[in-house]
Ligand binder design. Structure first.
Ligand code: PLP
Length: 358
């Protein structure tokens, strides 16, 4: 049986059109006789790809001129230490824990200095995100860090508080899922493998006045300012990853941009949650205001049926529905590239499975 729909949390589904285009130009990009993988990152062909990729991202996400875009490596997790190295500057920062990833970010960052936990919903099993009115921080903090979408717990913020310290956001799993006002953020970073492209690329959007605070010991490859001054090429960037990201940005623009994508994402997620809520066989306990549009975690009342569900779904071409090993249960990741047909197919399967197992 072949994969009809891939619900992986990451690395995740990419638009078929993008993969087909990459396939068609894999051996010979644009008549150059070379694969993108074989090009010098400083040559004119590759630089044209790079510049177009950045320009399309700026257009798509409406990134103001005073924000730099960096194409780095190391994944989102590498930013657990890059953020304090680049911003802390012997001051303090506050961290919000709304799920596994932001809790881990806080514990990784702690060793760098005066890092405080500003709010946590762990006592509520991360079934909600701490309301931004309840965040505790100091106006003197160098920054406040939060994660906008917790990929494992399926918990998302839909508003961004306006606060004095710069907001630093791990947006790995919901970046480009809807329009955002970039001006509300100091720094946005995201591993590419959820909503952007292949693993190995990390996107950073940083307000330019924040580039002056790096600790002197920060290595050049990890220093935002040095990377920014060198077009993200202080060493070889993830050339092929950036190229695929560029194809995804173009694809999103062709879909009508992020407003359109948001409408589709709302429709996909609400259809799936409504179905789950309509049964007593499946359930989702996340607070309704924080239910993620990207990662729909759910469970079967009879937990013992979980693995049967996963293997029967796979036999029907519905792949990677198993929940994260830390929380168990099931999870459907429905990023931008998941078509509405995938949601319909999943619900049809869920209904059939329910009938066969009540
Ligand atoms: C996947 C994910 C990460 C980890 O990303 P890596 O690129 O593997 O380091 C961190 N934060 C969030 C929100 C994620 O979804």
């Amino acid at each position: 049986m072949s994969c009809q729909f891939n619900f992986s949390a990451g690395p995740a589904v990419l638009p078929k059109e993008v993969l087909l285009q990459a396939q068609s130009e894999l051996l010979d990009w644009n008549g150059t006789g070379m694969s993108v993988m074989e090009m010098s990152h400083r040559g004119k062909h590759y630089l044209s790809i790079f510049d177009e990729t950045e320009a399309n991202l700026r257009k798509l996400f409406d990134i103001p001129k005073n924000y730099k875009v960096l194409f780095l490596q190391g994944g989102a997790i590498t930013h657990n230490f890059m953020v304090p190295m680049n911003l802390l500057n012997e001051t303090s920062a506050s961290y919000i824990a709304s799920g596994y990833w932001s809790k881990r970010t806080f514990s990784d960052a702690k060793v760098f200095g005066d890092i405080k936990l500003g709010a946590s919903s762990e006592a509520e099993d991360f079934l909600k995100a701490p309301c931004s009115q309840d965040w505790i921080f100091s106006d003197e903090d160098a920054y406040v860090h939060f994660c906008m979408n917790e990929t494992i717990h399926g918990v998302e913020y839909f508003e961004t508080p306006k606060i004095k310290p710069p907001l630093v956001c791990d947006m790995s799993s919901n970046i480009l899922s809807r329009p955002m006002d970039i001006k509300n953020f100091g720094v946005i970073y995201a591993g590419a493998q959820k909503n952007i492209g292949p693993a190995g690329l990390t996107l950073v959007i940083v307000r330019d006045d924040l580039l002056e605070n790096a600790d002197k010991k920060t290595p050049t490859t990890l220093n935002w300012k040095i990377q920014s001054d060198n077009k993200s090429m202080i060493n070889t960037p993830s050339t092929f990853g950036i190229y695929i990201a560029g194809l995804v940005f173009k694809w999103l623009l062709e879909q009508g941009g992020l407003k359109k994508i948001e409408e589709q994402n709302i429709k996909k997620a609400s259809t799936l949650y409504e179905y789950i809520d309509s049964t007593s066989f499946y359930y989702n306990n996340v607070h309704k205001i924080n239910r993620s549009r990207m990662n729909v975690s759910f469970r079967i009342k009879n937990d013992a049926l979980t693995m049967k569900f996963v293997s029967e779904a796979e036999a029907e071409g519905l792949y990677q529905l198993k929940g994260h090993r830390l929380v168990g249960g099931l999870r459907a990741s429905i990023y931008n590239a998941m078509p509405f047909e995938g949601i319909k197919a999943l619900i049809e399967f869920m209904e059939k499975f329910k009938k066969n197992n009540v």
